[in-house]
Ligand binder design. Sequence first.
Ligand code: ACO
Length: 331
Amino acid sequence: MHGRFTIEGFGRHVPERVLTNADLEAIVDTSDDWITTRTGIKERHIAAPGETSSDLAVVAARNALAQAGRTAQDLTHIFYATFTPDAVCPPASSILQEKLGIQGRSAVDMNAACSGFLYALEAGMGALALRPGSTALITASEITTCRTNWADRGTCVLFGDGAGAVILSDKEPKPGQAVIKDIITKSDGSLWPLLTVKAGGSGWPLKLGEQVKEDYFIEMNGPEVYKNAVRSMGQVCEEIVTRNGLAMDDVDLFIPHQANLRIIEAVGKRLKFTGDRVMVTVDRYGNTSAASVAIALSDAVSEGRVKSGSTVLLTTFGGGFTWGAAILKFI
Ligand code: ACO
């Protein structure tokens, strides 16, 4: 990699309303015991009516800016990962720019499903390499519940809403900040039918007056997604650790995509991460898609799970399929 990539601040925000497993028992034929055993999820935060992706992102962004000791005026770029933007057009990143009270900066939405945060981070690093001195907001924000089929017990228990954000620059890192040592992103489009949100896209256009059908919502083959998530996250973590001359023992904290505790434990077992070396937030937020590792990273910092010298390994997996990994070193 060329250049220095410093994460100056971390932020996150989740909606106020909490939906527990007991609440879900009243909506679909499920139980707290089934959800807890199969997924590790106890509760998730869900948006209030009218609350949008950019409403969450703006709070997460302000939190990250405050931690960095920066203002929105300092930003030159916004990279915004989401599959649930406020609208198809305009981009949520433009709406976010307006909400942050700035104008005339580069702003783009990116959709890499649950892997979006690492893709946005990599794009931000590219912008910094091209334009030294830039300062980028990298955010991932999802209202997954706007694409949740509340009649499908196989998916509706899994997801939650939330946003995470970081401030990326090429400045000399200060204590409490982190540098990105490496990043890898990958995709395999041959497996796309296994996890989809189709209707409303150009391949599945909605017609005026037509009833919304199941394909408007998240549909997936759970067991296949599970297998691929474990294999792909395991492989990409091994690749990035090896190519940086590290061993898994050198990693102080492992922050995997928060889809399901059993996936986290299976990847952890393959890579030999257990106990305190694994960041788990899925119990309290469910799967917040692109926002999941961004939120977990912010929580890891605010909860003191990282300290000066810590090496952190992030990994993601999502629809596409897409997946990736990154190594951070805390100063
Ligand atoms: N409550 C009660 N029973 C349920 C529920 C529910 N919420 N959902 C499914 N079941 C039933 C099924 O109907 C099935 O019943 P049957 O045997 O009578 O047909 C039974 O439970 C077992 O279903 P499976 O799908 O085989 O259950 P499995 O053990 O595979 O767990 C799960 C399902 C949790 C979805 C799992 O496959 C999984 O975690 N997959 C990964 C998917 C994921 O996390 N996707 C998130 C998006 S992608 C991403 O972020 C990576």
